[in-house]
Every structure is written in structure tokens, then in C-alpha cells.
Design a protein around this ligand. Sequence first.
Ligand SMILES: [Zn+2]
Length: 308
Amino acid sequence: MRRILVLGVLVAFGALSIAVSGQAPPGPSAAAIAAAKIEKVKDNLYIIAGSGAEETSAFSGGNVAVFITASGVTLVDSKLPGFGPTILERVKSVTDKPITRIINTHTHGDHTGSNPFFGTVETIVQENTKTNMARMEDFGGANAKFLPGRTYTDKLTVGSGKDRIDLYYFGRGHTNGDTFVVFPALRTMHVGDMFAWKALPYIDPDNGGSVVEQPKTLAKVVASVKNVDTIINGHIPVSTWKDLQEFVSFTSDFVAYAERSLKAGKSVEQAAKEYTVDPKYTGYQASVNPMFGGAQPNLEIAYKELKK
Ligand SMILES: [Zn+2]
């Protein structure tokens, strides 16, 4: 999700409170630290949970994967700025091995924010994500040294045997640089915010995202990636390959709805008002938070794309 605006406000507020009180702004809330629990997914693979409801004070960012290899720990994503000490403490509770690598699924600050805490450890992203990160305040000026040192275009494999990790880029969706991180030995894939929750997605056109392309990109994932049964989502607890297939269908149906509405001459507002979640999608809702996704913003983006 996009935290730039919210964080901007927090930074401004923090600066103001320093000016007024002489005190530094507070770090992460106790509720957010407590909610960032480490949970076992499979042998040698854990997640440090993100709270789903990002408007609450318990929000720490996306789900972090902790993959323990022979030579060290690979993290997938790093939550908001300020969560480095919590991530480190959680990792230490399950292994003595050092953190040797970070993979970021995409550019957003709730997935990359604590990268700088881990210094210049090997960091890998899809090449478009590095370009997007270079435009972020968190990685500007003196912090540019924390930009990822390694990029790839379509596919990259690191490690071998049970430590093997496959990184894939299949096209635009949430942004234009979303990586799918597969742990083949564990039949598990971290999909980041390409499937953040069981609701309409949050799409970020400013970072190359596309409502119309997202289901197509996800369909490529389902057609190409083999032998995965467990999905680590951006912001909800672990789900299944079947859930991913269902989400492809849910997002495809939404794009078809946008196309029909546009053809019928309906305004974005009218189409958004009339949109309902098909009851066959059990546990789904239109929006988890009006600030992030929902029918109206997705239709606005879809209309712009479809009119091109
Ligand atoms: Zn995101």
C-alpha cells in the first residue's frame, strides 16, 4: 500500500512535536510491535505478521518472510521504517544465523521501510522497483547507499538445493515491479501485494500499477509456477494455491465488470455504487479500507486504462 502521504503527515507532525516539546517523535506503537508476531509456516520458514488493518495503530507493514538457509537468513520485505529492531529480535528468537539477504516484493514503504536498518546487506529487487525506490524519501540523499545492489528483469535463482529461492517478474499489477518469491523446497510463494487481501486490490499507477493488467499477470503466475501449495500474502495470514486461483478469478471478474459498465455508458460513480461482490467469493469484500482500494478507485483507474 501507499504510505507516502500518511508518512509525510507523520514526519511533518514529528518535526512539529520536536519544535514544540524538544522531544523526538515516538517510534512504533507498543500495539504494532506486539502484533508483529513470528509464526512458523514450514520448517525453516516463518512470517513476521503484518496487521491487516493499516489504519490502526497496530499496523507494522506487510508480512515479512524469514527463510533460514545454511549460510544465513533471507528476509522477504522489511515493514515500515522503525521495525528493524523488532524484526531482528523476532529472527533471533528462532535462529542464531545472521540476516544475509533481503528481497523486497515491491517499492512501497510498508515493505521496504526498514531496509536501511540492516545496512548494506545484499538486497535484491526487480529492476523497475529499484527505479521506483530511488524516488522515495527513505532512499534519498545519504540513504541512497541502502538502495538494492542487485536487480533482475524476468527471473533470478539464488541458492541451491533446499536453500534455493526463485524470483519471478510476470508483469504489471500492484506496481510495475512486483516480485513473486518461491521457496521450491517448501512449496511456498510470497506474493506481496499482488494478492494482499481478499478484497479489491490497491493499485498504484504512480509506480506503474495497472488494474487491467493485474489479473492477466496473476494468470501467468498460476500458469507458470509449479509445485506451490502455500501462499504468503501481503497483508493477510497465509493462504493456499487455491485461494490464489480464486483471486485471479475475482480480479478478472472485476475488470470484466469495469468493461461492461464503461460500454453501458455508466459513470465511475454509478458503476462503483452498483458494484457488489459475487457471493460465490466466500469471505471477500469490496474494500478492506476506503483509503486503499475499493470499487471507486479501481474503476477510476480501469476506466482511464480502458479508454486508451
Ligand atoms: Zn504495496
